[in-house]
Every structure is written in structure tokens, then in C-alpha cells.
Design a protein around this ligand. Sequence first.
Ligand SMILES: C[C@](O)(CO)[C@H](O)COP(=O)(O)OP(=O)(O)OC[C@H]1O[C@@H](n2ccc(N)nc2=O)[C@H](O)[C@@H]1O
Ligand SMILES: Nc1ncnc2c1ncn2[C@@H]1O[C@H](COP(=O)(O)OP(=O)(O)OP(=O)(O)O)[C@@H](O)[C@H]1O
Length: 286
Amino acid sequence: MMKAPAKINLTLDVLHKRADGYHEVEMIMTTVDLADRIELEPLAKDEIKIISHNRFVPDDKRNLAYQAAMLLKERYSIRSGVAIGIEKVIPVAAGLAGGSSDAAATLKGLNRMWNLGLSLDELAALGSEIGSDVSFCVYGGTALAKGRGEKIQHLPSPPNCWVVLAKPTIGVSTAEVYKNLKIDGLRHPDTKAMMTAIQTKDYQKMCANLGNVLESVTLKLYPEVAQIKEQMERFGADAVLMSGSGPTVFGLIQHDSRMHRVCNGLRGFCDQVYAVRLLGEGIPVD
Ligand SMILES: C[C@](O)(CO)[C@H](O)COP(=O)(O)OP(=O)(O)OC[C@H]1O[C@@H](n2ccc(N)nc2=O)[C@H](O)[C@@H]1O
Ligand SMILES: Nc1ncnc2c1ncn2[C@@H]1O[C@H](COP(=O)(O)OP(=O)(O)OP(=O)(O)O)[C@@H](O)[C@H]1O
């Protein structure tokens, strides 16, 4: 069994729209202790089977874990089959990179099962063909991501704290959010200041520099996301931000008692509330 953890964006900045339709981003991501469970079983027949009991998770080639297996099979002419069991814990279409993390875990697991001998860098490069967040998910930990999201620079682990996640009952399409983004007049986060906060383990500075330009779209399209942000602030989170393209909102909190107060307060009007820890360091640089 492998764990496929969720990520949150401590910052998400968009620099410009590119000729290929994607947006040039600069974002700091970190993994949190909320993870799907992935189980890989060899199959006698040459096929890819997705086994999941979540009705929001596709069981065919639309599944990112299926695409990961298919990519390896085609690229390395593998004639074996695999059953991929996905026990979903990360909310779907939430801005937490659940599907991307399942794909990353599948790449890593099949690399072992099929004795491909690929390095993490090679797996991350393959992952970028599946989705912009997959490269980061191959490494996990904490990183600055550039390009479409696939150019990864590793960072040390942020100061530790609670992360309270609250997901309203809507799913958000990442493509729709990027399509509605107006780049002129955006309030850009200070990515350098966030990097310094992480490097110096300065919790206050990390809280002060959270920022996500996609909030300008999602909060307008879905007022319930703005409401959850306000509630989380009101109940006493130290700092609050939307993750990725949303709709999940996260709050950073240092003290246990305050974490309980925020969770209990939110549970009144939001079914999906989780309190998790940051997962810490990923792969060290060099
Ligand atoms: C919002 C984030 O999750 C932040 O981590 C990512 O930027 C999105 O990552 P993702 O879901 O893995 O994205 P992809 O599956 O590659 O792309 C989904 C859609 O989002 C848009 N997209 C995505 C990434 C990017 N840098 N620019 C974009 O414009 C594109 O319309 C694309 O068709
Ligand atoms: N393994 C998977 N788990 C969940 N959803 C998947 C998976 N594979 C494909 N999908 C599809 O992808 C869509 C987005 O799901 P996902 O949970 O990955 O979004 P997300 O957390 O917003 O991702 P990101 O933060 O990378 O944009 C879902 O609506 C679902 O149809």
C-alpha cells in the first residue's frame, strides 16, 4: 500500500498566459497528512483496471492513475497488466491535487513493480505529461513550482502547524478558473518573502505572506468559498487561504485548542472539515 498525499498552495501567482494556452505560474506547494491509499496488483491479463468505490472517481482512461500506468506501458513497451486500487480520502475536485497525487504514486509504484529503474527526476518529467501538478506530487515535501507547474525547486519544510481544511460541497473545474482569470490588476503574492519565511522557519511571516491569485475568480464564482474563509478567520485561524483553484479553504493554526475551536465551529455548516499536519521535507536539493 502506498500513501498519495494532498497538497496545499501557500502561494499561487500567475505571471502571464502562454502561447500554448497554459498560464505561467510561480507557486509554493507543500504536502499535508491527508492521503489516498493506492494498492497495485499485477494482473495475468494485459490490461489496466481501476478499482475505486467512490462514485466521483472515473474507472477508465479519464482517471489520472490509469493515464500514469498507460504512459509507462507505452513508453517502455510493458506487456503486463495491473489493477490499481484507489481508496479515496482526499476530496475530489477540491484544489488538493488528489488525482495528481494518485498518478504520482502509481508512477512510483509501477517503476518498482516493473523494474524500470527510473529516477525521481525521470518520473517527475513523465508526470508532467499527465498534469501540471503531477511532477510536484512525485517528490512531495515543499517546493517552488514554475512553468506550468512542472519546474520544481525543492525547499525545506515550513514551520510546523495545524492545517484545517474545509471543502464546500461544490467541485471546481481548474480549466474554468484559469479561463476566467483577468491578469491585469492582480494582487500578486510575494513569493520571495514566503521562501524566506520557510527557510527561516518564521511562522508569523509565513502567515502574513499567504496569497493565491485564483481567489479573484473562484470567490466571485462561488460566494460560499468566501463565506468559509470569513468563518475560518472569525473562529480564530491564524491565516486563511484557498488552495489551488479551490474550492477547499485552509487555515494555519499553531495551538491545539484553537484548532479544535475552528474545526467545531466550521462543522456546523460544512460537512468536510479535516485537521492535519504538514508533512515536512521532501527530497533534499543536490
Ligand atoms: C491550480 C493548480 O492545481 C495549482 O497547484 C494547478 O495550477 C493546476 O494543476 P492541474 O490540475 O494538474 O492542471 P492540468 O490538468 O495540467 O490543467 C488543467 C487545465 O488548467 C489550465 N491550466 C493549468 C495549469 C497552468 N499552469 N495553466 C493553466 O491554464 C488549463 O486550462 C488546463 O487545461
Ligand atoms: N484518481 C483520481 N481521483 C480523483 N479524481 C480524478 C482521478 N482521476 C481523474 N479524476 C478526475 O479529475 C477531476 C479533478 O479531480 P482532482 O481531485 O484531481 O482535482 P483537484 O484536487 O482540483 O486537482 P488540482 O489541485 O491538481 O487541480 C475529477 O472531477 C475527476 O473526474
